[in-house]
Design a protein around this ligand. Sequence first.
Ligand SMILES: Nc1ncnc2c1ncn2[C@@H]1O[C@H](COP(=O)(O)OP(=O)(O)OP(=O)(O)O)[C@@H](O)[C@H]1O
Length: 262
Amino acid sequence: MENIIEIKGLNKRFITEKKQEVNALRNINLNIKDQEFICILGPSGSGKSTLLRLMAGLIKPTTGSINVMGKAITRPILESGFVFQEYSLMPWRNIIDNVAFGLELRKYSKIERYKIAEDILIKFGLKDFTRSFPYELSGGMKQRAAIARAIATYPKILYMDEPFGALDAYTRFQMQKDLIEFWLKEKRTIVFVTHSVEEAVFLGTRVIIMSPRPGEIIADDNIDLDYPRNRWNEEFGSYFKVIMDLMNEVSEGKEIGKGRVI
Ligand SMILES: Nc1ncnc2c1ncn2[C@@H]1O[C@H](COP(=O)(O)OP(=O)(O)OP(=O)(O)O)[C@@H](O)[C@H]1O
């Protein structure tokens, strides 16, 4: 399968308000294939969100190149959707108008966008809340609505930054299952940032691990397990253990060899 995202020699340096330089990412080289479900793991501050925001065209590289669908990315493109940890809903719009927002940008008629948004909200179990406002929904429901909003336009690439981080364990499991179902059915590319090794092994076709700042990719592994995955089987446990051990080494600052493939 062809690469949908190609990153070469990427470096990102921020200048803080106090004029200090922060090297967030160093020499990132990464190719992501169409329809991969790639999970990005790494200690806090290792540049996971920065990498995601760069790919999505929300911020610009300091040096290096990022091509998405064959073109240098300079701003967010219509083929992509985002979900962030903090529910990315507009508080002043009701749920259906939130979900229909991307369709509005893409100039769908009001009838079309309400039809599409309504169908998705039914699928996401939010049928009775289409006219509610975000503050009237629970955390899990809000996050469902945020994902519904991101996929309403059926983006080719879905960028997700710890989308389930704030949810209770049960809701999180449910949402993981729903996301896998969506991905298996719709064959999109998903780039997913998480702190949870278990979540990465449950979801990803591939996992990359970042080093502490400045973030570099220090491990890159395919997870060769069938879907839907079973957290309790032995093979799942072996992947979990290998990646967890690596994460511990990384967090303790051990040099584990760059670009190591598990
Ligand atoms: N706009 C910014 N200005 C200055 N520094 C920034 C900016 N955005 C990120 N950084 C810095 O870049 C580094 C990487 O941040 P980033 O949020 O990408 O890490 P992360 O791995 O996603 O962290 P976490 O797991 O805690 O969410 C951090 O040191 C952060 O302080």
